[in-house]
Write a protein that binds this ligand. Structure first.
Ligand SMILES: Nc1ncnc2c1ncn2[C@@H]1O[C@H](COP(=O)(O)OP(=O)(O)OP(=O)(O)O)[C@@H](O)[C@H]1O
Ligand SMILES: [Mg+2]
Length: 287
């Protein structure tokens, strides 16, 4: 994201998307660094939340469409997709489709989405397109509503699509790979989150940081994990996602790892993560 692309919204305030009060919780999964486990976390956290009877919507906002592929959505089934939603050609509700996982719906990505970064430049209030689209769905959230959680998988860049995700969300969940430059990358991301707060979405919270692809045989993984914990304290989830071959195999079968191999260490870790996400929110709501 170029710094000068972030400026205060010019027109009317967008509709409020409150979670406090038991409404839909909208979480963007974001990190501008590529290949850190965003999509894997979005798919498997969404599945784990659905497994404990939450109603979940996953929005695939990445032109790569990995979340759609990982949930077995064929290219033919992506006729109505996030591109049309973001460009306000169709409503979000029109683009929602069920997945094979009970309780988990998806808005798939489409080929055109990569063009949206450029096309959006001419759109008024271009940072709010997804937020506007989500408002009716989120407003119906809560006890009798559509969704308990909306997770947004974002691309590895801080362009307009990610800005749209962060502007629509109440919170951002950051997967962080335990590797040498992790802290450097994350401080860049934190600055961007601060800019989004100042420019578009003052309520954006840091939901949490989840350490991914942790390799216990690698001393560096340990070192990075303890540095990140020292810096971010209890914002870092206790659950650590291990490097696990079953996690990397699952997408080629179009299934979340929780369905592909429930017993494996990766699945168990994502179930733990979902538990932590829910507990942490209960605590926050009780405050
Ligand atoms: N815990 C894990 N163990 C092993 N492999 C993993 C794990 N998490 C993710 N992977 C694999 O690492 C690769 C990158 O993961 P993923 O696609 O989730 O990252 P991403 O941040 O969404 O990438 P991008 O930035 O390209 O969108 C994928 O091939 C995925 O299957
Ligand atoms: Mg991805």
């Amino acid at each position: 994201m170029a710094e000068n692309t972030v400026k205060a919204p010019s027109l009317a305030e967008p509709p409020p998307l409150g979670w406090h009060g038991g409404k839909t919780r909208i979480i963007a999964v974001a990190n501008q660094k590529g290949g850190v486990g965003k999509t894997t976390t979005a798919i498997n956290l969404a599945t784990a939340l659905a497994a404990v009877k939450k109603k979940v919507l996953l929005i695939d906002l990445d032109p790569q469409g990995n979340a759609s592929t990982g949930l077995g959505i064929s290219h033919e089934a992506r006729v109505r997709n996030t591109y049309q939603v973001v460009m306000e050609q169709i409503t979000l509700a029109e683009a929602i489709q069920p997945t094979d996982i009970p309780g988990l719906d998806i808005v798939p990505s489409g080929m055109d989405l990569s063009g949206a970064e450029i096309e959006l430049v001419d759109v008024e209030e271009r940072e709010f397109c997804l937020r506007r689209a989500l408002a009716p769905v989120a407003d119906e959230g809560g006890e009798n509503g559509l969704y308990d959680y909306v997770l947004i998988d974002s691309p590895p860049a801080l362009g307009l699509l990610t800005i749209n995700a962060l502007t629509a969300a109440q919170a951002v969940l950051v997967p962080l790979q335990c590797e040498f430059f992790a802290l450097e990358g994350i401080s860049h991301l934190m600055k961007s989150i601060e800019r989004i707060r100042n420019g578009f979405n003052p309520e954006l919270e840091l939901q949490g940081i989840v350490l991914t692809m942790f390799d216990k045989r690698n001393n560096l993984s340990d070192q990075v994990a303890s540095d990140v914990r020292e810096f971010f304290g209890d914002k870092v989830y206790n659950t650590v996602i291990p490097r696990n071959v079953r996690i990397s195999e699952a997408p080629s079968y179009g299934r979340p790892v929780l369905v592909y191999d429930l017993a494996c260490a990766g699945s168990q870790a994502y179930l733990h993560l979902a538990g932590e996400v829910i507990r942490r929110e209960r605590k926050e709501q009780a405050k």
